[in-house]
Design a protein around this ligand. Structure first.
Ligand code: NI
Length: 408
């Protein structure tokens, strides 16, 4: 028996085609204000859970539109429910936080804050979500369903979504569908990218402490050396991905930090390591974690040390829902043209805490092409900037997709 359709049909007073035509007009009308808003946010970036001015700007933008909102969700998050149609409730999430990076873009709207920068384009994401909110507010009573606009803190630390959900984001009304997006400097502005299955990898941290016995560097036989043991451990775990995981089941194990010792002629008591695991499938994630523990046991035995592994749970895979994604892609194709809706050959081994929503609600996540002609950069670089054309494209595509998902 075929699975029941995820979406019901609802009678409508106003056709989706007519509403989508109005989307284009509204976005064209407000694009200038959205770009100006993005530049204000870019000049005044705020780190995870410190997005106070950003949230105040979002709140005043929503208030100007006559939209009621709830602020202070998960510390600095804001949510607003727009519309009262009988159709589905579609959640649209924009993230708001910046990164601890010194900006070197040279842009006239560059960061005024030393050591803090919108190097991932979340300023544009916030502007896009405000654009969608403006469209939804303007369509008002004609909306076939409801839009839940979510302005989220702390995506970079991967715990802002969790904080908003723990603070009751979905307690009153849970969206039926969620939409997410991220600008993508590897695609030209005016395009969107998608992957049929996995949009982002899972991410988990691991901490390892190897403890031996300290001693003089000249008398290693009187000590138990944790430095050599750690060197072996780091080499050994490179073989988890290369020798234990199937080549097409992607995984990454990266050691990003090693600390130990205080002098060249002293063997320290312990050495500490921090790393990250990225995978696309839960069974791969479990395998990598079990292998790390196994190698730790072997290191302890082989090197006469104690080897303790602690995992720092991160976020799950972001997977596109097979019923939601086609609706979103159809909306994007009708708006941008078939050739501007690009199937990406791979998902990303990067991670997104949009996973907190997509693991609770059927969801889709799109890349919004943001490459600026002549600028060779990437996310999280100090010279990062984007083509602001992605703001209008994002607002229009997300609005059109939301309208269809309310009724599809
Ligand atoms: Ni980002």
């Amino acid at each position: 028996m075929p699975a029941p359709s995820l979406f019901r049909k609802f009678p409508m007073t106003c056709s989706i085609d007519a509403l989508e035509r109005r989307v284009g007009e509204i976005v064209a009308e407000i694009e200038g204000r959205l770009v100006a808003t993005r530049r204000t946010l870019h000049a005044n970036p705020e780190l995870a859970f410190a997005e106070h001015e950003t949230a105040a700007l979002v709140a005043s933008f929503l208030a100007d539109l006559g939209i009621e909102y709830r602020a202070g969700i998960g510390k600095t998050g804001i949510a607003a429910l727009i519309g009262s149609g009988p159709g589905r409730t579609v959640g649209i999430r924009g993230d708001m936080d910046a990164l601890p990076i010194e900006e070197r873009s040279g842009a006239p709207y560059a960061s005024h804050r030393p050591g803090v920068m919108h190097a991932c384009g979340h300023d544009a994401h916030t502007a896009i979500a405000l654009g969608v909110a403006a469209v939804m507010a303007r369509l008002g009573d004609d909306l076939p369903g409801r839009a839940m606009m979510i302005f989220q803190p702390a995506e970079e630390s991967l715990n802002g979504a969790r904080a908003m959900l723990a603070d009751g984001l979905f307690d009153g009304i849970k969206p039926d569908v969620m939409l997410g997006y991220h600008n993508w400097p590897l695609l030209p502005a005016g395009t969107v990218g998608w992957h049929p299955d996995v949009a982002f990898a899972s991410s988990d941290g691991f901490d390892v402490t190897i403890t031996g016995k300290s001693g003089h560097g000249a008398h290693p036989h009187l000590a138990v050396d944790p430095v050599v043991a750690m060197a072996h451990f780091i080499n050994e775990i490179q073989m988890i991905v290369s020798r234990e995981i199937a080549p097409l089941a992607a995984a990454v194990v990266t050691v990003g930090r090693v600390q130990g010792g205080t002098a060249r002629n002293q063997i320290p008591d312990s050495v500490h390591l921090e790393g990250t695991i990225r995978t696309l499938h839960p069974e791969t994630r479990d395998h990598v974690m079990a292998a790390l523990e196994r190698v730790a046991r072997g290191t302890a035995e082989g090197h006469r040390v104690a080897c303790e592994v602690t995992f720092v749970p991160g976020v799950a895979v972001v997977r596109n829902d097979p019923a939601v994604l086609p609706v979103v892609l159809a909306a994007a194709r009708d708006r941008l043209g078939e050739e501007r809706v690009i199937c990406l050959p791979q998902g990303s081994m990067g991670s997104e805490d949009f996973a907190e929503y997509s693991s609770r609600v059927p969801a889709a996540h799109l890349r919004l092409g943001s490459k600026r002609e002549g600028l060779d950069t990437m996310l999280h670089r100090s010279d990062f900037d984007l083509d602001e054309g992605c703001i209008a494209v994002g607002a229009a595509v997300m609005s059109a997709a939301a309208l269809r998902l309310m009724t599809a």
